[in-house]
Design a protein around this ligand. Sequence first.
Ligand code: SAH
Ligand code: F3S
Length: 479
Amino acid sequence: MEKIIDENKQGNQLVLDPLKSNTKKLFIESYGCQMNFSDSEIVASILADNGYNTTTNLEDADLVLVNTCSIRDKAEQTVRKRLEKYNAVKRQSNPKMKVGVLGCMAERLKSKFLEEEKIVDLVVGPDAYKDLPNLLSEVEDGRNAVNVILSKDETYGDISPVRLQSNGVTAFVSITRGCDNMCTFCVVPFTRGRERSRDPQSILSEVNDLANKGFKEITLLGQNVDSYLWYGGGLKKDFDKASEMEQVTATNFAALLTLVAEAQPKMRVRFSTSNPQDMKMDVVKTIAKHQNICNYIHLPVQSGSTRILKEMNRQHTREEYMALIDNIRQIIPDCAISQDIITGFPTETEEDHQDTLSLMDYVKYDFGFMFKYSERPGTTASRKLKDDVSEETKKRRLQEIVDLQQKHSAFRTKQFLGKTLEVLIEKTSKKNEDEWSGRTPQNTVTVFPKENYKIGDFVLVKITDCTSATLIGEAVGYS
Ligand code: SAH
Ligand code: F3S
């Protein structure tokens, strides 16, 4: 059967236009990281083959799936609130509705979820989505179903995701799953398992397919992309057990970037996320060498204090991070760099906090994502360290970091005034429907009058004004 799937987006829910032969209705929504949104596209694809079309209406859903995030307590609370909402709808208007929990909370809580939240019928961890059809038949027979087995080799490389969130221009392609880094604050190694990489041939065929469908930009996704290593399958940690031949012919991240960039020279290539300890200079040189790999690196630092970095089990010092920044800037002078920072990690003193502020002053990040430390059950930090920075202090330090970042973002956007930059048009600007919104290679959002340009065009835009987050300009032609 030829499948025709139209893409649509409403809020953060996924919508599939009806496949004529499918009769059951799936409501699926996602929280958390890009990987979760990408995984929901895999789930939708698996269920489209098993009789489900998506709906945005909870009232007529046969199945509700929520793809969950455990990274901070607040993310989990948001999901609990959604479960209350499903419960209310089920009681009031849709008694047939079944509810399944996917993703990191499913993996963390396992069958406890069924006890804690009576509304839940189904609990499925991030490596078990191919088992969904079996689990659903259990549920249809009136039993609860749980599969939270983490895998050594599941990468979903053979599933073609349904591009449900899509603007038709930009897409995510996942290249690794899991993480071996064991940062002491982080729940991800527990919920997503050990690190494994996807076959470069399956990555390339997904990228080529996206290009054929008219996509113009891809982001290679992983918890720790620089650690990508394909040697024929299996866990990253078992690489030393591979045969000599497999080791010699293995593909690392720099080689994968080269393969992708050269396969589709007209496509923009991005990647996320880089852990500083795993970022190698061959990756930076590969970015410099290929015009279509964007000059932008998301390089979370978490803290500017070497003592705190050690407590976090980040394998670098403040000075090593600064040296990495210097090296990046030497090889790619106009490279944009963004951060993640956690404030109020256990034992963080005022001096440690000042170290974070001064590191920010040194780098002057283009933008960043900043969080208060949230203790996660089971992590090394939760077992060994007391969450001893008061909420009030966390709040104040976070505000100082956010304010400083805003100053640096404003500094960065001002550097672009008067310049002409390439912008890939993604959508209509939220603030003005006569303007397009897109991004520069450095990932800065840019808005400009629509004229006759259209979504998916690469346009040269002369920058005439800016805020701390957005460039404002006029198109001067195609790039
Ligand atoms: N490997 C990915 C995902 C990490 S989670 C990456 O490096 O981006 C994304 C960010 O959430 C982290 O970089 C960190 O800044 C933040 N984070 C993770 N665990 C946290 C916790 N327990 N409390 C607060 N923020 C946390
Ligand atoms: Fe988490 Fe550190 Fe991995 S932040 S996802 S353990 S690189």
